[in-house]
Design a protein around this ligand. Sequence first.
Ligand SMILES: Cc1cc2nc3c(=O)[nH]c(=O)nc-3n(C[C@H](O)[C@H](O)[C@H](O)COP(=O)(O)OP(=O)(O)OC[C@H]3O[C@@H](n4cnc5c(N)ncnc54)[C@H](O)[C@@H]3O)c2cc1C
Length: 419
Amino acid sequence: MSYQVIVIGGGPSGLMAAIAAAEQGVKTLLIDKGKKLGTKLAISGGGRCNVTNRLPEEEVIKHIPGNGRFLYSPFSIFNNYDIIDFFENLGVALKEEDHGRMFPISNKAKDVVNALLNRLDELDVDVRKSTPVEAVHYGKDSHTVILKTGEKVLSKSIVLAVGGKAVPHTGSTGDGYAWAKKAGHTITDLFPTEVPLLSNDSFIKDKSLQGLSLRDVGVSVLNQKKKKIVTHTMDMLFTHFGVSGPAVLRCSQFVVKELMKGHKPVILEIDCLPDIKEETLIAELKELAANEPKKTFRNLIKGKLPERLLDYLLEFVGISPNEKSANISNEQIRQLSHAMKHFTINIDGSQPIEKAFVTGGGVSIKEIVPSTMQSKLMNRLYFCGEILDIHGYTGGYNITSAMVTGRVAGMHAAYEAMG
Ligand SMILES: Cc1cc2nc3c(=O)[nH]c(=O)nc-3n(C[C@H](O)[C@H](O)[C@H](O)COP(=O)(O)OP(=O)(O)OC[C@H]3O[C@@H](n4cnc5c(N)ncnc54)[C@H](O)[C@@H]3O)c2cc1C
């Protein structure tokens, strides 16, 4: 059996690659080891399928801190707005939610996946599910895909779209790295990104803040010199092992990179009141205390922070919960304001890559032609999606990267196979 294009992996990148190849009229096979295709795509965005993001291209690239700039070239061929048009043309109406995130109006992930499957069907793409690929042999005129059953399938072009190592029960178990290495490719260090972080701080160990979520706080990662590497103002959550939530997930890759350099612990600094300057906060608290000297200080400032956090910080700076405002010194107010603006958490690790949303690292982008997604080292070998050393924040950015690189890889795999 032989094909012009074989796409290995039926995630967003592989589905898009197979469609793009078949649209050029070439005989295309899509192989996936799972019983279903697009499993991870379907669970994205809280199970409603975060198809893409509507922010301007420049912004999308900014939200892909792991080599997003590589995508300028593929984006010039097919970008996030083309993804939106693509789905609308397939009859999947999309809607925009917060931060530009795009979802099917139906809120049903299966509408997105089914639209892709129907398109494969329309284009007569051969699809083999429950078919794990064991190895890939590269040849001068054609490449050979070796299935776990021992069966060999020949193809002019091959697209590797098998994803990374995160959440392996969806099928992405990192099988493609060995096949890339065999073609001479470098695999940069793999690490978890968009991942919850671990801490041994006493308030984590004694669970005093467990389950507490903070809204719109500024979370910063500090380097060894206590300088901020990055800040994200979003929600966060204290868990039984450390911290999680959108702001923490976004910061996590910067923490993990510091940990990889041997810097431990890494300090996360939480600004619990990012909209107010520290000096203004001090003045406000002083005024509150001066106006109501007979009242309990804690009750006076209760609305400022969630009570559990406030109680923790009051104890941290040594203010008793029953203390009258008249007895609170300016120094204590200064310390409390500082703690509210610079609450620190020592991070010792992250959950493993298997529990991360996204894999950091992968096939080095230096060895890939960005306008075609072809390997610079092996003719008619193409890469797309999370197997590449490209990683973004959740919010549709990884899926956009997967679909855009998939589209370009599939198209060019077909062109070369025809040539
Ligand atoms: C819970 C969760 C939520 C997410 N939410 C978001 C989000 O909101 N926004 C966002 O941008 N990103 C999100 N992501 C990340 C995003 O889903 C992935 O980046 C994206 O799916 C990667 O696409 P891909 O095609 O490269 O690989 P995958 O989707 O991982 O697909 C790879 C496919 O290859 C197949 N495969 C692997 N090995 C073999 C083999 N040996 N033989 C045959 N087939 C094989 C697998 O079965 C799988 O179907 C989320 C991820 C998770 C886990």
